[in-house]
Design a protein. Structure first.
Length: 299
């Protein structure tokens, strides 16, 4: 069976499973990264994790003979957006609370329809706008909203804006047929090298304080960076950008689930309710407008 766009439904299912995986693996990293920042500078951590991911992917591209410099201008543009996402977020996470960071990062779902309209001249449907609003309400309930606002929160708000821009430009390039492995490798290498250059110029310490943190950086390079971003790029060849944003809004929901299970935190009704709102928003985003009208105004 195929969708209205002529794409096999099985590919849509796989794309959405991949996006859920990315949201889950990113959600698992909040408490891990915050703990690791005791042993490594945030900018240097970003440099190490992305450079390692980029070198691993570069080795694969070299073996398969792919042209690494293909569409490098677009890859560099995405690298700038992703660097402006991760560096402020990582620095901000060392200043603010994990709950504030989770909620403010999730605010990218509000910026996606705004930028989609302003930059890409694509008017969101009323259902997409409603879904984004419901998702934000859910994130507020889940994380408790913003408390004791500080500099870290301001930095994280920058993260949310560039998160939305990176998602939308990734969508543009993937649907234009660019190679997701090449453009991912370019992003990873440029972010890693630039972070380490900035760290060197600023006199930051390149030291990693413990072997545990080394292991965390390797984990961050392999899973939340290498696997999750490649899967995101592949999925964005198929999935609509606003639905991608709403799946990624589940990142704080998964963060709460990991905290309740692996982190030993107590289950809360508030957390479950907030997660429920985000899931409702995701379902709404997938409904055709004409079908909703038929339900509300049956003939």
């Amino acid at each position: 069976m195929k969708t209205a766009q002529g794409i096999p439904r099985s590919r849509h299912v796989l794309a959405h499973i991949g996006l859920f995986y990315a949201a889950a693996i990113w959600g698992s990293t909040f408490f891990i990264v915050k703990d690791a920042l005791n042993d490594v500078d945030p900018v240097i951590m970003v440099g190490y994790r992305f450079l390692l991911a980029g070198l691993l992917l570069l080795g694969y591209l070299a073996v398969t003979g792919r042209p690494i410099l293909q569409n490098v201008r677009q890859g560099a543009g995405l690298a700038v957006l992703l660097w402006l996402l991760y560096v402020p977020q990582t620095i901000g996470l060392g200043i603010t609370t994990a709950s504030n960071s989770g909620f403010i990062t999730g605010m990218f779902v509000a910026f996606v329809p705004i930028f989609l309209r302003l930059i890409f001249k694509r008017r969101p449907t009323i259902l997409e706008v409603i879904a984004s609003a419901i998702s934000l309400v859910g994130l507020w309930i889940l994380t408790g909203g913003m408390k004791n606002v500080n500099l870290g929160d301001g930095l994280t708000l920058i993260t949310a804006m560039f998160y939305a821009l990176h998602l939308l430009y990734s969508d543009k390039y993937m649907k234009a047929g660019y190679d997701p492995l090449i453009i991912s490798c370019q992003q990873f290498l440029l972010i890693g090298l630039f972070s380490l250059l900035v760290g060197g110029a600023a006199g930051l310490s390149f030291n990693i304080g413990s072997t545990k943190t080394v292991g965390i950086i390797v984990f961050l390079a392999l899973f939340p960076t290498l696997s999750a971003f490649i899967i995101q790029m592949l999925a964005q060849k198929i999935a609509a950008p606003l639905q991608v944003s709403l799946i990624f809004a589940l990142e704080p929901v998964f963060a709460a689930l990991f905290a309740w299970t692996l982190g030993g935190e107590h289950f809360t009704t508030r957390g479950a309710l907030g997660g429920g709102f985000v899931f409702v928003a995701l379902i709404l985003s997938a409904l055709p407008v004409h079908r909703l009208r038929q339900w509300i105004f049956p003939t």
